[in-house]
Ligand binder design. Structure first.
Ligand code: SF4
Ligand code: SF4
Length: 473
């Protein structure tokens, strides 16, 4: 498309009209193969989203993002501030994952997995279809004066929208403060937790605003991932695309006439029925080419396939394809590049899973007390002082914890008691002395290995630097 007139659709977005006002979208209810698959994927994801805060693994909430108390559980693994490196690596993997995935498969995430699309298209939009009917009826209702029918339908819809928003806000809160706390607060009543209750109402109003009014504008205007498409997509990226070569041919698109020989007429296979436009939840015409508004929801694929079936032309005029597939008239193939990207993605996921499973339940950190050298004691004993921190990331108390030297024949002395318990999800800190005979020191900076034991079980090891006099080398 190089003609500036043909490109004029890029000057505005589908949700804003020529006067700069909101153009309300009334998408036709989709139906077809892809919509059916998307429904199943959505049900699975919705069940997961609602169940995840209530699933426990070893007593840990499956997913928890308690920002205020800095407690994070991912897949049942509690993350402490000490695990920040893992968090950073997960974030980097996430960014690489999304980038690679988008370069190869376009905006597939938006259409199939994004919670905004799932809630909007599979929950709120379906409530709307149920109450107000399909596109035509919704348009009529909008134009209709505020009579009994309109008031009844609109009120029912808004009340139901608010109830669902309130429910989503509760789930959202379960991710933030933990499902146990949420259930406790519900049981004890909002009056006893007024601050949390106000937050809940604010969240539900925000969700209501998004799904009742802001809607597709989240994807079109607000979503940063949507904005990135321009730099991530190229001619090889697979997106929902209109096969303009087949759709336009020499004479362009044209209405279908009964019994015409479409092939011989030179007209394109697009019968200009506008069904792909009517089903589009972001109000665009995919025949204009890939656009930032397109969330790859596949509704236009289903709509066009249904029309192609009716006029006995091959399906797939709109389909998952790259620009290259269309220009070179090739079928979608799992290319070498995609195979390579997919391999990288699986490797990254493998690295993350390995790191998560290798992560120890207990983390010991023993550090030399800043500014202290060493003490030369009686019987040629050298003593160094250290502080220790022990984090118990599990949901069980670790009992009878004590330290022992693994690499040297020496002693450890505690400032307080020799063994202690570390309560679940808690941190214990204190001070200890390591004493070594000067005669066994080979260096003035010796690496000493310490074992952390719970009763007789070695649960963690760590290394410290032990300072001694130079003359004993
Ligand atoms: S153009 Fe098609 S795939 Fe893109 S948002 Fe509209 S209906 Fe969905
Ligand atoms: S649904 Fe298919 S045939 Fe109808 S206007 Fe869209 S691309 Fe053309």
């Amino acid at each position: 498309m190089s003609n500036p007139e043909q490109e004029s659709f890029r000057d505005s977005i589908g949700t804003i009209n020529e006067e700069g006002k909101r153009a309300w979208i009334f998408p036709k209810k989709p139906s077809g193969k892809f919509y059916k698959y998307r429904k199943w994927v959505s049900y699975a994801l919705l069940i997961f989203l609602f169940a995840a805060p209530f699933i426990k693994i070893n007593g840990n909430q499956f997913l928890l993002f308690n920002v205020l108390e800095r407690k994070f559980n991912i897949f049942g693994f509690p993350f402490w501030p000490q695990d920040f490196h893992l968090f950073v690596i997960s974030m980097i993997i996430g960014v690489v994952f999304i980038t690679l995935f988008t370069v190869a498969f376009g905006r597939i995430f938006c259409g199939w997995i994004c919670p905004q699309t799932i809630f909007m298209e599979m929950v709120f939009r379906r409530i709307e279809y149920w109450i107000e009917g399909d596109r035509g009826k919704q348009i009529r209702l909008k134009k209709q004066k505020w009579d009994k029918e309109k008031i009844r339908k609109r009120l029912t819809k808004w009340i139901l929208f608010y109830i669902v928003s309130f429910f989503i806000a509760n789930i959202f809160l379960a991710y933030l403060i933990g499902s146990d706390n949420l259930l406790k607060y519900i049981y004890e009543g909002p009056v006893n937790h007024i601050g949390t209750f106000i937050s809940l109402i604010i969240f539900s109003i925000v969700f209501y605003f998004i799904f009742a009014w802001f809607r597709e504008q989240v994807c079109v205007i607000a979503c940063p991932y949507g904005r990135l498409q321009g730099v991530l997509l190229d001619k090889k990226s697979v997106v929902v695309a209109y096969d303009y070569k087949r759709g336009e041919k020499e004479k362009g698109r044209a209405k279908f006439k009964k019994n015409e020989d479409r092939e011989a007429s030179g007209k394109g296979d697009c019968i200009d029925c506008a069904q792909c436009v009517h089903v589009c939840p972001t109000g665009i015409d995919i025949r204009n080419g890939t656009q930032l508004e397109c969330v790859n929801c596949t509704a236009c694929i289903d709509a066009c396939d249904a029309m192609m079936e009716k006029v006995d032309l091959p399906k797939g005029l709109i389909r998952y394809a790259s620009e290259e597939n269309i220009v070179e008239d090739k079928k979608f193939k799992f290319s070498l590049r995609m195979k390579a990207y997919t391999t990288v993605l699986f490797l990254l996921i493998g690295v993350l899973i390995t790191m998560l499973t290798l992560r120890s339940d207990v983390e010991a950190r023993v550090l030399r007390l800043p500014g202290q050298l060493y003490e030369h004691k009686e019987n040629n004993i050298i003593s160094n002082v250290y502080t220790y921190k022990l984090v118990n990331k599990t949901n069980k108390t670790i009992e009878n914890v004590h330290f022992a030297l693994l690499s040297h024949d020496g002693k450890i002395h505690w400032v307080t008691k020799e063994s202690f318990d570390v309560p679940k999800q808690e941190l214990v800190e204190g001070t200890l002395f390591i004493e070594l005979p000067a005669t066994i020191l080979e260096d003035d900076k010796e690496r000493v290995k310490i074992g952390v034991y719970s009763d007789d079980d070695l649960i963690e090891t760590t290394k410290v630097t032990f300072l001694g006099p130079r003359s004993y080398r």
